[in-house]
Design a protein around this ligand. Structure first.
Ligand SMILES: [Zn+2]
Length: 333
């Protein structure tokens, strides 16, 4: 079997890719796989490499029309479904919907268009409602012939155990900070920037490779500045910056705030600067750690988490952010 070039682009997941390639080589491909691991470590790329290997006459050459169509998301026998907002609420929370699973069932019942098999990928399947998961379970209980299902998710507990137990589990690991910095360095990034990016992306190579350090810095500065503003000014800023409806940016703010509180707690507990996510702001964090009582930091951390979960549910970005800001004022630099 020739080597699919996409496999070569998957870094640090040798155990996962070896398992899949062994199944291909022995012609013992399972009906369903669960790719478990954090976002940004190569789960989706691996699913596409696997699809190429399954659909290409040469085992995934990477060059033929079939391989190219898989990579471009245009192969008729390969579908990738990711969470989408409700049809009637384009700004609502994204999820994999029961219609998606019904489409899978319908699609799986058809004979493959081109190749010997069909492959269906559910990306970010953590965001799946219970009725959707139950519908998926039905499909897994009577797997359609010649169809391979790949469910990609970060948290195994996001799905009922009955669903996972019917999938072969393939684990993906986060990369170590050193390891990731080394990879970034090998791609030509200078050493200090590699280390910063590696730390900030916390082992998620996909995040590191697509990151825009300048934009990240600007967002971090804006998020932390918001904490220092009086309440009335904060409300005006939410409007000016369009944050009142910007779910994605508010989620990024919550991530910044969460690690900010966590870093301050880490310093209070005697942790070193090497453990900080916001390492470039060590001096500010030390001041916060010295001034803010532990209980207030813990409260702020909990408030961010609660607001973040609300944002992933049905709470509007504005309300979620305003709620979190009430407790976050105390931890401003
Ligand atoms: Zn090919």
């Amino acid at each position: 079997m020739t080597d699919a070039p996409l496999w070569a682009g998957i870094v640090g997941q040798e155990r996962a890719t070896a398992l899949l390639r062994r199944a291909l080589a022995q012609d013992r491909v399972a009906h369903a796989y669960a790719f478990l691991g954090p976002a940004g470590v190569g789960r989706r790329l691996t699913a596409l490499a696997f699809a190429q290997a399954l659909l290409c006459a040469k085992g995934g050459c990477g060059r033929c029309p079939a391989c190219r169509r898989v990579a471009a998301g245009q192969h008729l026998d390969c579908r990738v479904v990711a969470p989408t907002p409700p049809r009637d609420k384009p700004r609502g929370p994204a999820a994999i919907r029961i219609e998606d699973v019904r489409e899978l069932q319908h699609w799986a019942a058809l004979v493959p268009h081109e190749g010997p098999r069909k492959i269906f990928v559910l990306d970010d399947a953590d965001r799946m409602t219970l009725p959707t998961a139950q519908a998926l379970l039905k499909t897994l209980e009577e797997p359609p012939p010649r169809t391979v299902l790949v469910v990609i998710l970060a948290n195994p507990r996001a799905l009922p155990p009955t669903v996972l137990s019917r999938c072969q589990q393939v684990r993906f690991r986060p990369l170590g900070e050193e390891e990731l910095a080394g990879i970034l360095g090998a791609r030509g990034l200078e050493a200090a920037a590699s280390r910063r990016l590696a730390r900030r992306s916390r082992g998620q190579i996909g995040l590191a490779l697509t990151a825009d350090l300048a934009a990240d810095d600007a967002r971090e500065a804006a998020a932390l500045e918001l904490l220092r503003m009086p309440l009335a000014r904060q409300a005006a800023r939410l409007d000016e910056a369009g944050l009142d409806r910007d779910r994605a940016t508010v989620a990024q703010y919550f991530e910044i705030y969460w690690f900010w509180c966590r870093d301050a707690l880490c310093l209070q507990a005697g942790g070193t600067a090497a453990l900080l996510v916001h390492a470039e702001r060590e001096a500010e964090l030390r001041a916060v750690a010295a001034r803010v009582p532990r209980a207030a930091l813990v409260r702020a951390l909990a408030a961010v988490k609660e607001a973040w979960l609300g944002l992933e549910g049905n709470v509007t970005p504005r309300l979620a952010l305003e709620r979190a800001l009430v407790d976050l004022g105390a931890v401003a630099a």
